[in-house]
Ligand binder design. Structure first.
Ligand SMILES: Cc1cc2nc3c(=O)[nH]c(=O)nc-3n(C[C@H](O)[C@H](O)[C@H](O)COP(=O)(O)OP(=O)(O)OC[C@H]3O[C@@H](n4cnc5c(N)ncnc54)[C@H](O)[C@@H]3O)c2cc1C
Length: 433
């Protein structure tokens, strides 16, 4: 039997970019050639414990475009790329039949399903060295550990400690490295993957969506350039971020951040460039402040692990939740007693998008007024949101349910919120017509 070629693997997950990609940077430094792999795992098509899908059509479409863009970028660099649909362990088994794999480079994950997936692969490569990077974070873990023994319950404490001698790493220059190695005989073909493969029909985006974008690093970088340098909307961010209609009230970076086609570190450095050119103000600071919220929820889930999925949350707080299918369906279909809640729920149902103001209100209403199990609402968001991110979604839901990082457990008053943020009924008229 001919000897198998020795290679490394670059296993893409939620780090679907070539700019500031630590794993790509590191695998490029190796002597061995490498194979880049992305797998649409079949478990995508299964349901969560509350009967919702793990991924809905909006995020699926965004993800397909993202992977296509990555494929093009890798092609330009002559990096061999395998795009597959199936069970991750089967595909890795196939690779192991053809190659001797020395190292696997990937993003570090710490949530339940991602760890389970990794554990299925480990027996296939018992001798492989895993090289993992925390590339989803803005703050480096050693910097956070220096500042804090433990992640505090309150964001305010976290932020204040972090902001003293605030340091963010430089970007990894993965984008400009030249690749000059080759895989001799790949013998495994990529799959043609469409929305149908993932179980959905083709569809057009809703004309009133506030998020009319396609996936992919190129589009994410374009959006950043538009929001910062072309329109200077960044200088107005703090005043506009509670908006409900149209594209520019907030950055809309979340979907690219969630699947890693934009890096939080790159965004940070672009903000600094912008401030150097046009001056900083409360708004430019506030976008960094929001990126810190994102990191905060990631560090919270790192500390509390599976507790972020428990009904009593990280506070272990006993909470009486009901589970009434009719009430849940009324909430989903925009048929509650509040027109503001209904408009927001119709927005997400039709577009996969909802503003931060909307998300806070509908989640609070679900937990505190309808008194339903917050995990049902979180699972619905998991299916629908284009920008679903496990840490931000479960962190924010726990927060609003009163079992997470807001021990005061406040309730939003939807009527007052509607008066304040939609006094002219524009938003409600858009979705309730
Ligand atoms: C119930 C609920 C569920 C949510 N689920 C998600 C989710 O699955 N994925 C997700 O990315 N965000 C989630 N968020 C946070 C927030 O609503 C979105 O990040 C934000 O609306 C995205 O719009 P943007 O990119 O224009 O945000 P901007 O206002 O422009 O903020 C810039 C970035 O900061 C981060 N950010 C802002 N607010 C928050 C926040 N409250 N928590 C964590 N990060 C934040 C995001 O990465 C965002 O892209 C949720 C909020 C609530 C209340």
């Amino acid at each position: 039997m001919p000897e198998k070629q020795k290679i490394n693997i670059l296993w893409f997950g939620n780090d679907l970019r070539i700019r500031d990609n630590e794993s790509l940077f590191k695998v490029m430094q190796e002597d061995l050639p490498f194979l880049a792999v992305y797998i649409f795992d079949e478990s995508f098509l299964s349901s969560t414990q509350f009967g919702f899908s793990k991924i809905g059509k909006f995020r699926a479409k965004f993800l397909l475009k993202t992977v296509l863009d990555l494929e093009n970028n890798l092609k330009h660099k002559n990096i061999p790329f395998l795009k597959k649909f199936g069970q991750t362990q089967d595909i890795f088994k196939q690779i192991s039949e053809h190659f001797e794999v020395e190292k696997i480079f990937c993003q570090r994950e710490w949530t339940k399903e991602e760890i389970e997936l990794e554990n299925q692969i480990k027996p296939i490569f018992p001798d492989v060295k895993w090289v993992k990077s925390y590339s989803q974070l803005l703050l480096e873990t050693h910097f956070v550990k220096e500042k804090l023994d433990k992640i505090p319950l309150l964001f305010k404490t976290f932020r204040q400690k972090i902001e003293k001698d605030f340091k963010i790493r430089n970007e990894f220059d993965s984008e400009h490295l030249v690749y000059d190695k080759s895989i001799l005989d790949l013998r495994i073909n990529s799959d043609e993957i469409t929305l149908q493969t993932l179980g959905f029909d083709e569809f057009e985006m809703h004309q009133s969506t506030a998020f009319p974008y396609s996936g992919g690093e190129k589009n994410g970088l374009q959006r950043m350039n538009h929001y910062f340098f072309k329109t200077k909307n960044l200088s107005r961010y703090k005043e506009t971020r509670n908006g409900l209609i149209d594209e520019d009230y907030s950055s809309k970076f979340s979907a690219w951040l969630a699947n890693g086609s934009l890096s939080a570190v790159s965004i940070f450095h672009e903000i600094k460039k912008y401030e150097a050119e046009f001056g900083g103000n409360e708004s430019t600071y506030w976008l960094v402040f929001e990126l810190l919220w994102r990191d905060f929820f990631k560090y919270i889930s790192m500390q509390y692990r599976n507790k972020i999925f428990y009904q009593n949350g990280i506070l272990d707080r006993d909470y009486e939740f009901k589970s009434d299918e009719n009430l849940v369906n009324q909430w989903i279909n925009g048929e509650t007693e509040s027109d503001f809640i209904n408009a927001n729920m119709l927005e997400i149902k039709n577009t996969g998008w909802m503003s931060n103001r909307g998300r806070q209100n509908v989640a609070s209403y679900f937990c505190k007024i309808l008194r339903q199990d917050w995990r049902i609402g979180a699972a619905y968001f998991e299916e629908l949101l284009i920008d679903y991110d496990v840490h931000s979604n479960y962190g924010n839901w726990m927060y609003l349910a009163g079992v997470g990082n807001d021990p005061r457990s406040r309730t939003f008053n939807a009527e007052k919120q509607a008066e304040q943020y939609d006094s002219d009924y524009k938003f409600r008229n858009l979705w309730l017509k």
